[in-house]
Design a protein. Structure first.
Length: 622
């Protein structure tokens, strides 16, 4: 117990941790509570959407059937009256109206709104209204609307209850009237074919779509309920009763065509979609209907109760885990403090090792530079050996012939011998001079390279000459491989930059091609090209070799990355190229796969490099 108190006193922040655990438990429990409710509401939303979608699609399908049926009925009436001259119009209306069981009335109305023929359909019977009972419907809005149309126009009335003689027909019949303005050539003349479609079965079907958790309701834009489980609320506006009881929800539809899983003040849950019925073919007359998926408030009460239990369990588990974690923290904190000194010591050793690694890296960079310089020295020495050997041979031969001349002079020199000596001497001197001049050119090229690379000053130089010098210096190395170097650099390109760095970059790129681009014995071509623009030069080095190794494609400019470590490569060549190009030569470099195979290095170099800063000088030295 004393040890535990000691740990508490050594950790004054422990009480903050305790508070954090309690807060975390509360937040986790709340999150679990909200997540379960959100998951349940998401599932309910999907159920609502499915219910609304079924209601919308079925209602739209019925409207389409009503429009198509009206035109088909009119076509059938015309066919009957044209084919059977003995058939009267009432008989034709009675016959075609009997083909559909959802027709309650079929009427012919003249242009003044006066009913001329009306057939009432009830179950399987049809009844023609007497002439005395026919009414003038010119005061009805749907007749006034069809009177304003052109022949051939089809209109739908608003969906209302069927009303006869100013009274609602009992039992109630939800009705949509389809009105067709017939053409003057119609067998019955120009007028209006009015078909009353009874929607009782449609309403029953839509009501039957409800599930235990979701009830499908429907309202119009008056607003009044058209489908509702409480019969006293149905068609309340048409019969003079109260309107719908979710006015706060209608307000949400003012800015949206749908409301998803809205929880009302009484905790009923609603999802609402708006359906716009186009009553006219020009879509100017519309009626808005609202399909409402309603879930009772008891569902939300049960949902909250069921979500509370796992939330409390999660909070308790987190409190338990937090208590265990805090206890373990107190126990292990002492050990951590003991390890602190050891870690500090190891940190010091790691810093020393890192410094050593940096020094080794600098040495490897220097070795890489010296290796490339050594290759140039070796190549120049090899190239010088041939012309100097020939010159020595010529001078030695001339010296032997001079001794022979002296001997002949003592014995008596003939003119022919003197002429032969002079001729051979001239040839030997010419051969020695030619080879000495060749050696002199090699020494001049190497001197330019060595002076350029040892200099840290910006110089105005010829790019083609710089490239020729490095290729000539590498000629012994190039002769050992079947690789051909091609230059495509205009003579007019000059740079004001670091010529030694440029030659070092070209040498490293050529070495990279010789080492990695081609298989042993493979004939290859390396093309070095350059084009000049306003303030920069685009220098490309392209080979037709084996392409980029996928293992190093993304990291090839990083230090110590190489696919040829088994050949003794350090992986610093391309890294140095990247450093020189970006930090010294004022440009950038990228590598791509060349068309037709191989690799393409593209260097963007500044035509005029600014004076080097301290960091640039370090990059030059590196």
């Amino acid at each position: 117990m004393s040890k535990f108190k000691q740990l508490l006193t050594s950790h004054p922040q422990i009480w903050w941790w305790v508070a954090t655990v309690f807060i975390l438990a509360f937040v986790a429990g709340l999150f679990q509570f909200e997540r379960r409710i959100s998951t349940a509401l998401t599932s309910l939303n999907n159920e609502h959407l499915n219910l609304l979608s079924l209601g919308n699609s079925e209602f739209n399908r019925q409207l389409g059937d009503i429009r198509n049926s009206t035109r088909l009925l009119d076509t059938h009436i015309q066919d009957l009256l044209n084919e059977k001259s003995s058939m009267q119009a009432p008989q034709a209306l009675r016959r075609v109206g009997a083909t559909l069981d959802n027709i309650s009335q079929l009427r012919w109305v003249d242009l003044n709104g006066q009913e001329k023929i009306r057939i009432n359909f009830n179950d399987f019977s049809a009844h023609q209204v007497s002439e005395q009972e026919l009414q003038n419907k010119s005061h009805r809005p749907y007749i006034q609307a069809i009177q304003q149309t052109l022949p051939g126009t089809l209109l739908l009335s608003r969906m209302t209850l069927n009303i006869e003689n100013g009274k609602v027909v009992i039992p109630r019949e939800p009705t949509i009237r389809a009105m067709l303005h017939t053409v003057p050539s119609h067998p019955m003349g120009e007028g209006f074919l009015v078909v009353n479609f009874r929607l009782t079965e449609l309403m029953s079907f839509l009501k039957g779509l409800s599930s235990p958790n979701s009830t499908l309701l429907m309202a119009d834009d008056t607003p009044q309920w058209l489908i509702h489980p409480a019969p006293q609320k149905l068609w309340s506006g048409d019969v003079g009763g109260p309107r719908t009881d979710i006015k706060d929800t209608w307000a949400r539809l003012a800015s949206s065509n749908a409301v998803a899983t809205y929880i009302a003040d009484d905790q009923r849950i609603f999802s609402i979609s708006k359906l716009t019925i186009h009553l006219s073919e020009d879509e100017q007359r519309v009626q808005k209907l609202f399909f409402v998926a309603q879930t009772p408030s008891q569902f939300y009460h049960n949902l909250r109760q069921h979500a509370l239990v796992p939330a409390l369990i999660i909070a308790a588990i987190i409190l338990l885990i937090g208590a265990i974690a805090l206890y373990r923290e107190l126990i292990t904190s002492y050990r951590i403090r003991q390890l602190g000194k050891k870690l500090t010591h190891e940190k010091t050793e790691l810093q020393q090792a890192l410094a050593l690694q940096e020094r080794l890296r600098d040495e490897l960079v220097e070795i890489e530079k010296m290796a490339s310089l050594g290759m140039l020295v070796s190549g120049v020495a090899h190239e010088l050996n041939t012309p100097l050997g020939a010159a020595i041979m010529s001078v030695s031969s001339q010296q032997s012939r001079l001794h022979e001349l002296k001997t002949k002079i003592e014995a008596g020199l003939k003119k022919s011998a003197l002429d032969d000596f002079l001729k051979q001497s001239d040839a030997s001197a010419q051969l020695a001079l030619t080879n000495l001049e060749r050696a002199s050119q090699l020494i001049k090229r190497f001197k330019r390279l060595s002076v350029d690379r040892s200099s840290e000053h910006i110089t105005h130089f010829h790019l083609l000459q710089n490239a020729n010098d490095i290729i000539n210096a590498m000629s012994p190395q190039l002769k050992q491989t079947p690789v051909e170097i091609k230059l495509d650099i205009p003579k007019s390109i000059y740079l004001t930059s670091y010529p030694g760095i440029v030659s070092q970059v070209l040498q490293n790129l050529i070495n990279n091609c010789l080492t990695h681009a081609f298989s042993p014995g493979q004939h290859g071509i390396v093309t070095i090209s350059a084009t000049k623009h306003d303030d920069h030069v685009v220098l490309t080095v392209q080979d037709n070799g084996n392409g980029i190794d996928p293992l190093v494609a993304d990291t090839m400019f990083e230090p110590f990355v190489t696919s040829g470590r088994h050949k003794g490569n350090t992986g610093l060549g391309l890294h140095l190229i990247h450093q020189w190009v970006t930090q010294v030569l004022g440009g950038h470099i990228k590598v791509d796969a060349a068309d037709g195979g191989g690799t393409l290095f593209t260097l963007i170099l500044a035509t005029r490099v600014k004076e080097a800063s301290d960091s640039t000088s370090e990059a030059v030295n590196s």
